[in-house]
Design a protein around this ligand. Structure first.
Ligand code: PLP
Length: 496
């Protein structure tokens, strides 16, 4: 199967090439040319399969230049017991007969980013082999917290790769910062940037588009790529868990084969919920896709009106991984819903970069409303939902997951829809101890990893082992750079 650019369908390549490049040179996102179809027979076979086998089967439908054995091997490495704290990998927890929660944070960094970032380095390494690449790839990441750690954990000591992460000096949680500056691996680098996430992100983009820099690095035997969710190698492993959740529900009697389920997803860059959309387009019986935002409600407005308008205040919230005003992966949805009209998509994206807004066609508006329902939840609502789940359901959830749970209830009230609904849990509550403690009525004492014990003492919920281990871990990195110096940091890093 070939992949092409959402902004120019003439740009076509194999999946290995698409994963290696990350992003098309025209700025478009590389997207599969056709969406493979699955049926009940396919799902029935997966019902009793392990997660690793499900992953290899589903990914194999898209990555036709990788063999099943290869993909199964990658899945065994990515999702094995040394990485994940449950054999189920992505377990579905029952809340009540109509409500289930898909837990995606059982991996090494306790956020859902692990689901894709444990897989991507292996897909990328194989892509280097398959395309005969002799240079070393350097992954540059700007992170607001979760992606940077998960990417380093995935790429640590992977041959023919280096990874450099930039995070905003005062823009990540204490636990997140500790996770990053203690990272192991001879090929990793971490640097704090004086400024906010946008400064770090803009710096990385500048380096990517600097031809002089590319030439210098090529001379030294390096090329740059991205581990951001614009890379198809990050979206595809996420399609797997929606299909897996469906199979689990069938296996455990929550639904019958063929019944529809809704998914409610806490959304930022639109990667996770886009993966759910692909699962539905493949033929998985899915009803509504419920898109949950925090106070940064640009997607709620878009899904309701068809107007995407980023000209609005940016809110810093207790669910920081969803604090985002430009959701890059929406471009892939527009491409699909426009009947793969690259010119139309190019027009929307040009308007977005020029005016910060665009309005989609009536045809796309209708299609969006059929597939999606959008809602948002403010800070008070997030805290109240954490308290409600903890006190009334005995379930400790993190701030991002709470946004999803809250919006799911809003959807039910607004529509009366009683379809079985799975909401997605994207992070362990231990990554955001102080907000979670406050929400359940405790006063946080101390900061950072000190709070792990307090939350554990109050809730009795086990601390994820890698987070607990942070307490004894030596700091390896303490570099801070001004934003205009980020290119020198990269040049230094790639000297060795
Ligand atoms: C990244 C992230 C999200 C948002 O996912 P997108 O794919 O960007 O929409 C939600 N919750 C957590 C905890 C995350 O790390």
């Amino acid at each position: 199967m070939k992949y092409y650019s959402t902004r120019d369908k003439a740009v076509r390549m194999e999946s290995a090439e698409a994963i290696k490049m990350g992003l098309s040179r025209d700025g478009g996102l590389l997207t599969p040319e056709t969406i493979p179809q699955i049926d009940e027979a396919f799902l029935t076979e997966l019902v009793n399969a392990r997660y690793q086998e499900r992953a290899a089967r589903v990914m194999g439908l898209y990555l036709t230049d990788y063999t099943y054995e290869e993909l199964l091997g990658f899945a065994e490495n990515a999702y094995g017991p040394d990485k994940f704290d449950t054999d189920a990998v992505a377990p579905v927890r029952k809340v009540d007969d109509a409500t289930h929660c898909l837990e995606l944070w059982h991996g090494p960094t306790s956020a859902f980013k692990d689901m894709a970032l444990q897989m991507l380095p292996q897909l990328l390494s194989a892509a280097l082999r398959k395309t005969g690449e002799d240079k070393t790839v350097c992954i540059l990441v700007a992170t607001s917290g979760d992606t940077g750690k998960a990417a380093m954990e995935g790429f640590a000591d992977v041959p023919q790769t280096r990874i450099m992460v930039f995070y905003p000096k005062d823009g990540v949680s204490k636990v997140q910062e500790t996770q990053m500056v203690t990272q192991d691996g001879a090929n990793v680098g971490v640097c704090a940037v004086v400024g906010n996430f946008d400064d770090a992100q803009a710096g990385v983009k500048r380096i990517f588009s600097d031809e002089q820099m590319r030439a210098t690095l090529a001379d030294r035997g390096f090329f740059l790529s991205s581990a951001n969710s614009i890379n198809w190698g990050r979206i595809l492993p996420q399609v797997v868990y929606y299909i897996s959740a469906y199979c689990d529900l069938v296996r455990d009697g929550g639904i019958k084969m063929g019944d529809k389920v809704n998914f409610c997803v806490p959304t930022g860059n639109f990667g996770d919920i886009l993966a759910a959309y692909y699962a539905k387009r493949m033929g998985l019986p899915v009803g509504k896709l419920i898109c949950a935002s925090n106070r940064n409600d640009v997607l709620t407005d878009f899904l309701r009106t068809g107007v995407y308008d980023r000209n609005r205040p940016f809110h810093t919230t207790m669910s920081p991984s969803m604090d985002i005003l430009v959701s890059s992966n929406l471009e892939r949805l527009l491409f699909d819903l426009s009947g793969e009209n690259d010119e139309e998509v190019k027009g929307y994206m040009a308007a977005l970069s020029k005016d910060g807004k665009y309005e989609v066609s009536d045809a796309i508006k209708t299609a969006v409303k059929e597939q999606y329902w959008g809602g948002f939840c403010d800070e008070a609502g997030t805290a109240a939902t954490i308290a409600d789940y903890y006190k009334n359901k005995g379930y400790l959830i993190d701030t991002h997951t709470a946004v999803a749970a809250n919006v799911m209830e809003q959807y039910r009230k607004a529509t009366g829809d009683e379809t079985v609904t799975v909401f997605v849990s994207t992070a362990s509550p231990y990554k955001f101890c102080n907000h979670v403690l406050t929400a359940i009525g405790e006063t946080p004492v101390g900061d950072g990893v000190e709070l792990l014990d307090q939350l554990n003492a109050v809730s009795g919920v086990t601390v994820p082992r890698r987070l607990a281990a942070l307490k004894g871990k030596a700091q390896r990195f303490d570099m801070t750079a001004e934003k205009q110096n980020m290119d020198n940091v990269v040049l230094d890093f790639l000297k060795k």
